[in-house]
Design a protein around this ligand. Structure first.
Ligand SMILES: Cc1cc2nc3c(=O)[nH]c(=O)nc-3n(C[C@H](O)[C@H](O)[C@H](O)COP(=O)(O)OP(=O)(O)OC[C@H]3O[C@@H](n4cnc5c(N)ncnc54)[C@H](O)[C@@H]3O)c2cc1C
Length: 454
């Protein structure tokens, strides 16, 4: 093997976790290669976060235009050509991908196109899509960042046309007349929102007894109410949705993700857990000490921002030898329903005692009034003893941005939220108002009967 094939760190996968790991490792002085079998940017850029949020944004814009008459505008919305929206989506994704490539090459990361698999704990084979070996590479440290793919469901075969997964759905050229969405988690809700918003008759089936089973019940009910208002049929506690698929033009299965672990992990002796996720410790290190695993493949939270955080941690640890551990104490969650919903809480929230709650509806917010976005609320949980905010749940316009503020408030562990530090009129004031309401001190709400309080 030539010297050129030897790296200090090799990263497998260029999604948020691999991309971050590669750049951070090079920032720390390592010679780095990234191996990617498909498109730079991984799931997040090509068939996850970005395309879904683009389509959601297009829907939001459509609604804004439709409601603009309330501000005195007269705008006629021509029939929407969905394929034009897709063209714009694809252009954006291509440009963002170019941006990522430019960053990688500005740092001189070697981008190797091909499928990586282990020969042993230091050597990798890279093969092309036909399975022919094209390169052998060697490294002291390897970071697996190979992500996940849509889960398959027993007894049903994806044909990519009528029975589809989230990746297929994001590339549909036309809005189908009807669609069954199987899975009431974040992705299912986002897909139901987008497709029904553009005119598809969507039925959303969830086999648990509510949407987003791990979310606060009030939030989950609000999302359900908004989806129903939007025209989505919702089937809760539904285990037999697939018995009736003939009546739908498309059937979208979004019941989970499975690890991309076809890397011949066994040749390096790497342990997996559960559905085949790579087992790691708090340093993102696998049971094989020179090999790390980050992002979705490690199965912790299946989110792009935790993936990025793990990528940076693994790179620091790989180059500097185990110095930083994961801090998963406060992780916000966002679902792009319409309006969006989000939440953040301290990790031990369920064990917290002496918790009081406050709530501020956007119908009472001046800014929400001005923006004509008065649906939803902020709910806040506070430790009554030391007044620390412990959790926020937000359903409403801009909740996807507000939650980052809430997240920082909780992470900073403060004991007091004060009004003078929050600009007026703003949506962020509502965080503060909900917090004050927990102590019955919100001056922007009518005096209420204590018995009715949350
Ligand atoms: C529809 C949808 C919407 C989402 N929306 C959000 C959102 O709004 N916010 C959010 O935080 N998260 C969202 N996610 C989740 C997010 O996309 C993932 O958590 C994130 O992409 C994980 O990053 P990763 O780097 O671990 O893996 P990935 O992004 O999956 O990247 C893994 C990369 O590794 C490559 N690879 C795999 N095996 C090999 C191999 N053997 N050799 C070479 N390369 C290989 C793959 O081709 C891929 O490019 C969404 C996911 C989906 C499906």
């Amino acid at each position: 093997m030539g010297l050129n094939n030897k790296y200090d760190v090799i990263v497998i996968g260029s999604g948020p976790s691999g991309f971050t790991a590669a750049i951070r490792a090079i920032q720390l002085g390592a010679k780095v290669a990234i191996v990617e079998k498909s498109l730079i940017g991984g799931t997040c850029l090509n068939c996850g976060c970005l395309p879904t949020k683009f389509l959601w944004q297009a829907l939001k814009l459509k609604r804004k235009i439709q409601k603009s008459y309330e501000y005195g505008f007269k705008v006629n919305l021509e029939p929407i050509v969905f394929s034009n929206i897709l063209i714009k989506k694809d252009k954006n994704i291509i440009n963002l991908r170019k941006g990522m490539k430019a960053i990688l090459s500005s740092y001189n990361v070697d981008i190797i196109e091909g499928v990586a698999s282990f020969m042993d704990k230091n050597n990798l084979i890279v093969s092309n899509n036909e399975g022919n070996n094209i390169l052998e590479i060697f490294s002291d440290r390897i970071i697996i960042a190979s992500g996940t793919s849509p889960s398959i469901m027993k007894g049903i075969e994806f044909d990519g046309n009528r029975i589809i997964n989230s990746t297929n759905a994001l590339n549909l050229k036309e809005i189908p007349k009807s669609m069954l969405v199987v899975g009431g988690g974040a992705i299912g809700i986002e897909m139901a929102t987008i497709f029904s918003g553009f005119g598809c008759h969507v039925t959303l089936a969830e086999n648990k007894n509510c949407l987003l089973p791990n979310e606060d019940r009030e939030v989950s009910e609000e999302i359900k109410r908004n989806l129903i208002k939007q025209g989505v049929d919702i089937l809760i506690s539904c285990s037999d949705a697939l018995n009736d698929i003939d009546k739908y033009e498309k059937v979208l299965i979004v019941t989970g993700r499975m690890p991309n672990n076809d890397l011949k992990l066994e040749r390096a002796g790497i342990k997996t857990i559960g559905k085949g996720f790579v087992e790691t410790n708090e340093f993102c290190q696998t049971n094989v000490s020179n090999i790390y695993a980050v992002g979705d493949i490690a199965g912790r939270s299946l989110l792009a921002y935790t993936a990025q955080s793990e990528g940076a941690i693994a790179a620091e640890n790989a180059v500097k030898m185990n110095s930083i551990s994961i801090n998963n104490f406060v992780i916000p969650q966002v679902v792009f329903s319409m309006p969006p919903s989000s939440s953040v809480k301290v990790s031990n929230f369920l064990r917290c005692k002496n918790v009081i709650y406050g709530k501020f509806p956007f119908t009472a917010s001046g800014r929400a009034f001005i923006e004509n976005e008065r649906s939803g609320f902020v709910k806040c949980a506070v430790d009554k003893t030391n007044k620390k905010p412990l959790a926020f749940w937000i359903v409403g316009a801009h909740s996807d941005e507000l939650i980052n503020v809430a997240s920082q408030i909780i992470k900073s562990d403060i004991c007091h939220m004060s009004r003078e530090s929050v600009f007026h009129p703003s949506f962020s004031e509502s965080l503060f108002n909900a917090y004050e309401d927990a102590f019955d001190k919100c001056v922007e709400l009518t005096k209420k009967n204590k018995d009715l309080k949350l």
